[in-house]
Ligand binder design. Structure first.
Ligand code: FDA
Length: 325
C-alpha cells in the first residue's frame, strides 16, 4: 500500500481518542491482565493453536522498571501452568534493561529464563531495532553457555547481517539454535537493511533456507503467502512435515512442545483463516499473544515506527474479508 496512505492512517490514528484506538486494537491485544490473556488462549486452543505470550512494553528508562516485567512474567508462568496452556514466553530484552545496563539486564533475563526452565518452558528474546541486535544474540549465546538451552531469539530477514548471524549461531550453538525468523518490523536505515518488499521477501526466504540447512529449529513468523509457500516447499525438499520426525541428519534435539524442526507463527488477530488452514494440515502453529497495561503506548509506538502497520490495520478494518481474525 502506498507510503503516503500509511502515513495518513498513522497521523489520523494517533490523533484519535484512546477508546477508539483501544477498540481497533482489541483484536490484536488480548487485554490488560493475565486472566484476559488466558481466556483468549483457552478460546484459540480449540483451533489447535499453541502460544507465545508477550507482556506489552519495551525499552525502560530506569532499572527499577525492569522489576515490573520480571514480576509480571513470573505470574504469567504460574498462570500458564495452572491453566495447562501450551505456551512459551516472548520478552523484549530492553524491557529487562539490556540497553541501559547490559550486565544487570543480562542478569534479569537470566533469572527469568531460569525460572521458565524449572517448568520446561521456552523463552524467546524478541528482536528489537539494530541498536540491540548484537547484544541480544550475545545474550542467547551466553545463556546457552551457562547451561540454559530453553532460550532462542529472532532474526530479521530485512537486515543485511542476518545470513552472517545464522553462521555465527551455527558456529556457537550448532543445531541447538532455535530461531524465529520474520521480515522485521523496524524500518532500519538502508545502509544496513533491505527496504523494498520483494528484496525483503527474498532475503527472508534465504534466511529460512539457511536455518533449515543448519539443522536449526525454524519458527517462521509471517502472514505473507510468498514466505509461507516458500517455507512449505523448502520443508518438502527436506522431507519435513506434519507427523514426521525431523529427518535432517544434522537436526537438533527434538524439543518438548515444539514442532518437528519447524513451526509457523502468527500474530493474534491476523490472518486467522490461513493459520487455521496450516493447523488443519497438521503444522504446528503458534499465536503471538500480546497483553498488558501498556497496550496504548505499544500500539502508538508500533504505528509510528512502521506506518505500513497502520495501513494493514486500516485495510483489515475497512475490508474485513482481507484479514479475518
Ligand atoms: P506483510 O507485512 O507483507 O503482511 C502480509 C499480510 O498479512 C498483509 O497484507 C496483511 O493482510 C496481513 N497483516 C500483516 N500484519 C498485519 C497487521 N498488523 N494487521 C492486519 N493485517 C496484517 N518483528 C521484529 O522486528 N521482531 C520480532 O521479534 C518480531 N516478532 C514477531 C512474531 C510473530 C509471531 C510475527 C508474526 C511477527 C513478528 N514480527 C517481529 C513482525 C514481523 O517482522 C513483520 O513485521 C510482520 O509479521 C509483517 O510481515 P509479514 O511477513 O506478515 O508480511
Amino acid at each position: 500500500m502506498a507510503g503516503w496512505f500509511s502515513r495518513l492512517v498513522v497521523a489520523m490514528t494517533i490523533r484519535m481518542p484512546k477508546w477508539f484506538v483501544g477498540w481497533v486494537s482489541r483484536r490484536y491485544v488480548a487485554g490488560n491482565t493475565i486472566p484476559e490473556a488466558i481466556k483468549v488462549m483457552q478460546r484459540l486452543s480449540k483451533e489447535n493453536a499453541c502460544f507465545t505470550v508477550d507482556v506489552l512494553g519495551e525499552e525502560i528508562s530506569t532499572m527499577d522498571e525492569a522489576q515490573y516485567f520480571f514480576d509480571e512474567y513470573s505470574n504469567l508462568i504460574e498462570a500458564i501452568i495452572e491453566h495447562d496452556i501450551d505456551s512459551d514466553l516472548s520478552i523484549k530484552p530492553t524491557a529487562f534493561g539490556l540497553l541501559i545496563d547490559p550486565e544487570k539486564g543480562y542478569t534479569n533475563i537470566k533469572n527469568l529464563v531460569k525460572l521458565a526452565a524449572q517448568h520446561d518452558m521456552f523463552v524467546r528474546l524478541d528482536m528489537e531495532d539494530h541498536r540491540v541486535t548484537q547484544a541480544t544474540i550475545d545474550c542467547v549465546v551466553e545463556l546457552h553457555g551457562e547451561g540454559l538451552s530453553n532460550v532462542g531469539t529472532v532474526y530479521q530477514g530485512r537486515l543485511f547481517r542476518t545470513l552472517d548471524d545464522i553462521d555465527y549461531l551455527e558456529q556457537k550453538l550448532g543445531p541447538a539454535a532455535d530461531y524465529r525468523i520474520c521480515k522485521g518490523i523496524y524500518l532500519e536505515p538502508e545502509d544496513i537493511a533491505h527496504t523494498g518488499y520483494s528484496e525483503i521477501v527474498t532475503a527472508t526466504n534465504a534466511s529460512i533456507d539457511k536455518m533449515l540447512a543448519a539443522g536449526a529449529y525454524c519458527a517462521v513468523a509471517s502472514h505473507d503467502k510468498p514466505v509461507i509457500d516458500h517455507t512449505l516447499s523448502a520443508l518438502e525438499s527436506y522431507g519435513m512435515g506434519p507427523g514426521k520426525l525431523d529427518p535432517r541428519k544434522n537436526a537438533g534435539p527434538s524439543r518438548n512442545g515444539k514442532g518437528p524442526g519447524y513451526e509457523f507463527q502468527m500474530l493474534l488477530g491476523v490472518r486467522g483463516p490461513l493459520r487455521r488452514k496450516l493447523a488443519a494440515a497438521g503444522h504446528k502453529t503458534r499465536v503471538y499473544v500480546p497483553y498488558g497495561e501498556k497496550w496504548y503506548e505499544y500500539s502508538i509506538r508500533r504505528l509510528q515506527e512502521n506506518p505500513t502497520v497502520g495501513a494493514q490495520v486500516a485495510k483489515a478494518f475497512l475490508m474485513p474479508w482481507t484479514n479475518r481474525p
